[in-house]
Design a protein around this ligand. Structure first.
Ligand code: FMN
Length: 155
């Protein structure tokens, strides 16, 4: 029997490296799962076809000025019209790196992603300050669980 390979898209933006650390840990977990191809796209360079060609989506951003980073906002600005019309209903997971909050970025991205008709699959991972061991463990576990859920077809 042929097993289909599904694509998990990671759209990320990081200025000083904290979000990147969480992404690296997430990827380590996700790559343990068979039959899942992880595609990584920098938010500044993402295009609509990135979303059209994936089965699930992870968005990782710092919180800047109470919302997502400008890079992540750029990704939404670049992809919204083409993708919203398709009603893809993609499952998504949020990863947010913040100094002391993160909830503004979470709320604003949820609002935008509702416009895409995408559906959130779990609580956002919000890490405040430089990610430490337990934060990286949580990101790694998240990567494995999202990829497993996608492989099993339960998201
Ligand atoms: C311009 C700027 C604005 C920021 N605004 C917020 C904010 O509104 N809330 C918050 O909790 N942290 C804020 N921070 C802190 C960053 O979210 C935090 O340092 C984060 O870990 C940076 O992620 P990065 O290393 O991936 O760029 C801000 C940082 C910068 C540089």
């Amino acid at each position: 029997m042929m097993t289909s390979i599904k694509t998990l898209l990671l759209v990320k933006h990081s200025k000083t490296g904290n979000t990147q650390l969480l992404c690296d840990a997430f990827l380590e977990g996700a790559r343990r799962v068979s039959n899942i191809r992880v595609r990584i796209v920098d938010a500044l360079h993402g295009v609509p076809s990135d979303l059209m060609e994936c089965s699930a989506l992870v968005l990782a951003t710092p919180e800047n000025f109470g919302t997502m980073s400008g890079g992540m906002k750029h990704f939404f600005d670049q992809t919204y019209y083409e993708v919203e019309a398709l009603q893809l209903a993609l499952p998504y997971q949020l990863i947010i790196s913040a100094g002391n909050d993160g909830t503004g970025a979470e709320r604003e991205m949820q609002r935008i992603l509702t416009g895409y008709k995408f559906r959130q699959i779990g609580t956002a991972l919000i890490v405040r300050g430089r990610p430490l061991g337990p934060d990286l463990d949580a990101a790694e576990e998240l990567g494995e669980s999202v990829a497993t859920a996608l492989e099993l077809g339960i998201i």
